[in-house]
Design a protein around this ligand. Structure first.
Ligand code: PLP
Length: 403
């Protein structure tokens, strides 16, 4: 195997923890290690740090600190809202989610379908966006919950969540937004989204892994969610368990930094994405960016390389950290449900590679990635008469794109 410098272009899977975040967390592992529920001085210090973190998170996403319930990750937050709402039986028996939701939304919806709920998937257009006409037809007065993600993890499309929330509300249904991919990548205003519930994950936004949160807007407090665990009553009994103070402090610091840096991050990341997309077009003119013309996260490029099997390409270059399909389900050979829902054939879906850029990527990373791909594609196509151009000249010529 060739030795190449590692380039990380997999920021939708997870992000590097910001150094400032690590620094903020460290005292809460030792020295300041109190349990936030303890009445003594170390407990009070921990509780104070948790309160500050809630403030920073609330400021970034536009909610009251008291609306935040800490969980271990977005998967848990998604399960909590879907299982918790359906557990409290009402006359409403229907749940809806888009066909391209993360498995942590589709999984609990399917589990509830086994228990007698009617579960329907909202169809997606070729543009990677939920079809609003279908949503209007499917959401009705029997609907308990509509769950649609803010942005898709594989193709980056930003969904029309406000419109969907309004349709859900017209029928008295609750609206949940899995906003895991918005945090740290796109400005989030929960008021603008109109969601009653929203799920987030710190590790997608330069915070630590192992901490997420579910936001329940105060206006739906009367809509009971049953906890899925029982215990010591933390987080108002909705999510009992000793609070992960270092994780919460890290999530809070990550959100505070996003509040300061998000606009700059987005501007830089868009420039890098344009450079990358131009590089692909130059390397393989037949390559196709999925949902290219739809509103998308600034740093996500899902690109189809016709004739190339994504897992083989990725296996050739382990130092180029990218994904095929969803990282959470890679390891399975099945083509991504997201790409199939867009109407791609199984072979087309298998030739899609996802590149996701983040705060710590540089022009050099994009250049290295393109060089590496150029050489791998050259080898893959060595039996193919189609020439693969030399990426180095291509890449250097475009450096002026980056401010
Ligand atoms: N929802 C979306 C849209 C995601 O992209 C992911 C992770 O990839 C999750 C939920 C799950 O997040 P976590 O890793 O925090 O469980």
């Amino acid at each position: 195997m060739k030795h190449r410098a590692t380039v990380y272009l997999d920021n939708n899977s997870t992000t590097q923890c910001a150094p400032e975040v690590i620094e903020a967390m460290l005292p809460f592992f030792a020295g300041n290690h109190g349990n936030a529920a303890s009445p003594h001085i170390l407990g009070q210090q921990a509780a104070g740090a948790v309160a500050l973190a809630r403030d920073s998170i609330g400021e970034l996403i536009g909610c009251a600190p008291s609306e935040i319930c800490f969980t271990s990750c977005a998967t848990e937050a998604n399960n909590l809202v879907i299982l918790g709402l359906t557990e409290v039986r009402t006359k409403r028996t229907k749940i809806l989610a888009s066909a391209i939701e993360h498995k942590s939304v589709l999984g609990p919806c399917e589990a509830m379908a086994q228990k007698g709920f009617e579960f329907a998937k909202l169809p997606i257009g070729k543009d990677g966006l939920v079809d609003l006409d279908w949503a209007r037809r499917l959401i009705d007065d029997r609907t308990l919950l509509v769950s649609v993600q803010g942005a898709n993890n594989e193709i980056g499309t930003i969904q029309p969540v406000r419109e969907l929330a309004d349709i859900a509300h017209e029928h008295g249904a609750a609206f949940h937004c899995d906003a895991a991919q918005l945090l740290g990548k796109q400005p989030v205003s929960l008021d603008a989204i109109g969601a009653d519930f929203a799920s987030f994950s710190s590790h997608k936004a330069y915070g630590p892994k192992g901490i997420g949160f579910l936001v329940t807007r105060n206006r739906v407090r009367n809509l009971s969610i049953a906890p899925i665990w029982y215990g010591g009553g933390q987080e108002n009994g909705l999510r009992p368990g000793t609070l992960n103070v270092p994780g919460i402090v890290g999530a809070g610091e990550a959100c505070r930094l996003c509040n300061l840096w998000l606009k700059d991050d987005m501007r830089r990341i868009v420039s890098l994405r344009l450079l990358l997309e131009q590089g692909f077009a130059d390397l393989i003119p037949e390559s196709r960016s999925i949902a290219r013309d739809s509103p998308r996260l600034p740093g996500t490029v899902s690109v189809m390389f016709p004739g190339v099997t994504a897992d083989l390409l990725i296996a050739r270059t382990p130092s180029l950290c990218v994904s095929m399909g969803s990282a959470c389900s890679s390891g399975t050979v099945a083509p991504s449900h997201v790409l199939l829902a867009l109407g791609l054939s199984r072979d087309e879906a298998r030739s899609v590679v996802r590149f996701s850029l983040g705060r710590y990527n540089t022009v050099g990373d994009v250049q290295t990635a393109l060089r590496s791909l150029s050489s791998d594609l050259r080898e893959i196509f060595s039996n193919d008469p189609k020439p693969v151009p030399n990426s180095e000249s291509v890449v250097v010529a475009r450096e002026e794109l980056i401010p």
